[in-house]
Write a protein that binds this ligand. Structure first.
Ligand code: FAD
Length: 393
């Protein structure tokens, strides 16, 4: 037996891995959490929705996080600056969105895992061997044995490649953009783009802006996407501003791939991006990373058959929503739909509320049509129905 035998190894200390390690260690397991990258920034907008904040509140209260609360900002959505949605909550609305930098957010989750008793091993995992008698991990320094492994190592997951198999290019989006240091604002901006089909965003952080654009990988290339971002931020970029460029893939699984997903097996589990769990329209991934980590930990701490319990929890709770979003996606960013949407946003406060809730993770796709119908935006709801049925683009 090796010096570092543990009950369970978690590969990757992003939101999924750090939160899984925290939950398992708090549940009494011996946990080794592998990640050599901290402290580090990650290519990300850093928008943390209320449901993600709720999921971690017991260990990492929102008040302790350093970020810009969108309650204090305005929110613009549209084609160019044609329409504007105000995300600030009205009355009893629960809508919340905190924009953080991933260096400090991920560090807060990692600290929570360590506080709960997880051992952080600052090594990069270079190979994983899942056998019937246990799991062997090879790192850049040595090898370890454990009885189970969680792959929380992001979109290019090594654990996934060694178990379920890699994500296909058709199941990825690409995102590229800049951190603009020396510039900040009070505005959250999201602009729909139909060529390539996706969106541009600008999120305000404490001391910089996170701006970028994303689109499905098989419909876009990084160069033109980056040019689109540069064009949108021309006015914000003045002498003395430092631009740090990033490009990174985002899982965006289609309905058929989601139906085929195998997120766990004998001795292994995948969580977060490694499990392909990102909303393919809004590209919200942090909530799904954290929630899948909670579900994996619950299954592992439960009585028996953890892989089957985890897979059925994802099938019950997460895949149906992602699948609805995936069915809507292609048409959602098409010219006819976005024009209709922007027109409705401009004219109707109830539609503005619905879209702001969607971006803030408060509006499920399951009830989107019904809620749009209630706004009397019948054309928009009808078009959404056609998109869902695959008879409109
Ligand atoms: C440009 C962009 C903008 C985005 N904006 C948002 C947003 O505003 N809101 C939102 O909710 N989501 C957003 N997302 C999605 C979000 O970033 C991801 O879904 C989320 O980070 C997934 O968390 P994770 O823990 O699964 O993986 P990650 O955050 O990718 O963490 C994986 C960790 O594993 C480590 N790792 C990888 N390989 C190994 C290895 N072999 N050994 C050890 N460690 C390893 C990495 O260093 C990393 O620390 C965005 C994504 C992109 C690309």
């Amino acid at each position: 037996m090796h010096e570092h035998d543990t009950d369970i190894s978690v590969v990757g200390a992003g939101p999924a891995g750090a939160w899984a390690a925290r939950q398992l260690a708090a549940g009494g397991m011996r946990v080794a959490l592998f990640d050599a990258s901290h402290p580090r920034e990650k290519a990300c907008g850093g928008g943390i929705t209320g449901r993600a904040l709720d999921e971690i509140a017991a260990a990492v209260p929102a008040e302790t996080l350093d970020g810009v609360a969108v309650e204090d900002a305005s929110f613009h959505a549209g084609l160019g600056d044609e329409a504007s949605v105000d995300l600030r909550p009205r009355g009893a609305s629960r809508r919340r969105l905190l924009v953080v930098d991933r260096r400090s957010f991920d560090a807060a989750l990692l600290e929570a895992a360590i506080r709960a008793g997880a051992e952080h091993i600052r090594e990069r995992v270079t190979d994983v061997l899942v056998g019937s008698d246990g799991v062997r991990l090879q790192t850049n320094r040595r090898s370890y044995r454990c009885s189970r492994v969680i792959g929380a190592d992001g979109v290019n997951s090594l654990v996934r490649r060694r178990t379920a198999g890699p994500l296909a290019r058709a199941d990825l989006s690409i995102a590229t953009g800049y951190f603009v240091f020396g510039e900040t604002s009070r505005d959250v901006r999201v602009e729909f783009v139909s060529a390539p089909p996706g969106y541009f965003w600008s999120f305000p952080r404490r001391d910089h802006l996170a701006v970028g654009a994303c689109a499905q990988a098989d419909a876009a290339r990084v160069g033109p996407l980056a040019a689109l971002v540069t064009e949108r931020i021309r006015d914000a970029v003045r002498p003395g501003r430092q631009l740090v460029r990033y490009s990174w893939p985002i899982p965006s699984l289609g309905p058929a791939s989601l139906a085929r997903e195998q997120p766990a097996g004998d001795r292994w589990f995948l969580a977060g991006d490694a499990a392909g769990l990102v909303d393919p329209i809004t590209r919200e991934g942090i909530f799904f990373a954290i929630r899948s980590a909670s579900l994996a930990a619950e299954a592992i701490l439960g009585v028996a058959d953890a892989p089957a319990r985890y897979a059925s929890a994802l099938r019950r709770e997460i895949y149906p929503e992602l699948s609805r979003a995936a069915r809507l996606k292609r048409g959602f960013f098409s010219g006819p739909f976005t024009r209709l949407l922007v027109e409705a946003l401009r004219q109707s406060q109830p539609v503005r509320e619905v879209m702001a809730d969607l971006v803030a993770g408060e509006q499920p796709y399951k009830t989107l049509k019904r809620r749009l119908l209630a706004t009397l935006e019948v054309r928009l709801a009808w078009r959404l129905l056609l998109l869902e049925m695959g008879v409109a683009r």
